[in-house]
Design a protein around this ligand. Structure first.
Ligand code: PLP
Length: 394
């Protein structure tokens, strides 16, 4: 017998991956420079030199077991201490190593955070547009994912719909800010309103409701954008972080879970994560990478090109008649398609070698996502292709 559940998933291949494979094939035919591949959120800037230097220094260490040996199940103690100190300094909460669990990226962090506070049959609520991988993350533990429809005027939370969908079965609310795919950053007003609502519901239902804040894009926030740190506003916050985008290290699979130190069960949740790892067999990110990121915690890659690309696209696309909410961060922009069916629209865009992702799988039909982590000169040239595309709809 083979596992039917995963066999079924083969039929639901990621649209993003399929488009990215198409783009690579197409580039072989017409040349890389002629394909405007906005499909994949793979960082386009180099890792900081300081990270590479630390990595080389560590890898050259005499004590090879210190860098290549098994990591403790919660992560290397000194690394957890450094992460806690850095978070405390930045955000004013009193994090200690007891509140930090090292993971394989944000995906690993989410897998642990969800399992720590959600059990089969519980409900998890998230907000469209949302990262499509949330569906397998939540379904994988036998829980129900409820998706609140988007507020497309602002790309903030649609509180009216959210409040109606909320029930006593909700164990966790899953947010992602700065957001993939919309690029929106939840404002302080949004986070405060969410925190107040959840606190009220905790009292009403007499049980904890966790807020899982998925923050792999925390460091990619544009000028003058209000970007609150969620945990400052709600005690039962579990932050899931990743160095994939901040240091351009998605292939190294490194991130962490940080539980708000004021949460009474913070230390318990972290030790539970060590046990959860045993069950999912996905534990201890590489020791070498843990040690290297701990040396550059307050550093990022040069992320400025993302804002440059965003401004070019936002100005260019809105001039061409596209409507979209100006992104406050990430490297995504999320315009409305020029026809109701975004799948048909994105198919049509292939005629001009524009690789755009229809947002149906993000829970926001009629929109499309562009990952603009590509060279700026290509972003600029792509506007001519967009002009041709827009003309087809006049
Ligand atoms: N959450 C969101 C919203 C993402 O966009 C991604 C990756 O693109 C992840 C989680 C997973 O991140 P990681 O690569 O660090 O596992």
């Amino acid at each position: 017998m083979i596992a039917e559940e995963f066999k079924q998933m083969l039929g639901q291949k990621s649209v993003i991956r399929e488009l990215s494979e198409y783009a690579a094939e197409r580039a072989k035919q017409v040349g890389y420079e002629n394909v405007f591949d906005y499909s994949l959120g793979n960082p386009s800037v180099s890792v900081p030199r300081a990270f590479t230097d630390k990595l080389i220094e560590l890898a050259s260490s005499e004590d090879s077991m210190a860098v290549h040996g098994y990591s403790p199940s919660l992560g290397i103690t000194s690394v957890r201490e450094k992460v806690a100190a850095s978070l405390s300094e930045r955000f004013g909460l009193n994090y200690k190593k007891e509140h930090i669990f090292m993971t394989s990226g944000a995906a690993g962090a989410l897998a642990h955070a969800l399992r720590a506070v959600v059990t089969a049959g519980d409900e998890v609520i998230t907000f469209a547009p949302f990262f499509p991988e949330y569906t397998p993350y939540v379904h994988g533990l036998g829980a129900v994912l409820k998706v609140v429809p988007p507020d497309t005027e602002t790309m903030q939370i649609n509180f009216e719909a959210f409040e109606k969908m909320f029930s006593s079965k909700v164990a966790a609310v899953l947010i992602n800010t700065p957001n993939n795919p919309s690029g929106a950053v939840y404002s302080t007003e949004t986070i405060k309103k969410l925190a107040a609502f959840l606190s009220e519901k905790e009292k009403e239902y007499g049980h904890d409701i966790y807020l899982i804040s998925d923050e792999p894009y925390r460091e990619i926030v544009f000028e003058h954008v209000d970007a609150p740190y969620t945990a400052q506003y709600y005690t039962h916050t579990i932050t899931c972080y990743s160095f994939s985008k901040s240091l351009s290290l998605p292939g190294e699979r490194i991130g962490y879970v940080a539980v708000n130190p004021d949460c009474p069960d913070a230390a318990l949740i972290i030790t539970m994560c060590g046990q959860i790892s045993r069950g999912i067999g996905h534990n201890c990110p590489p020791s070498l990478i843990q040690l290297a990121v701990a040396q550059v915690l307050d550093m990022t890659a040069d992320l400025s090109v993302y804002e440059t690309n965003m401004n070019i696209l936002y100005d260019g696309l809105t001039k061409l008649g596209f409507s979209c909410v100006k992104p406050g961060g990430t490297f995504y922009i999320f315009p409305k398609a020029l026809e109701d069916d975004a799948v048909a629209f994105c198919k049509h865009a292939l005629k001009y070698d524009l690789i755009l992702v229809p947002a149906d799988s993000f829970g926001c039909p009629g929109y499309f996502r562009m990952a603009y982590c590509i060279p700026t000169e290509k972003v600029e040239r792509s506007l001519t292709a967009f002009e041709k595309l827009a003309k087809d709809y006049q």
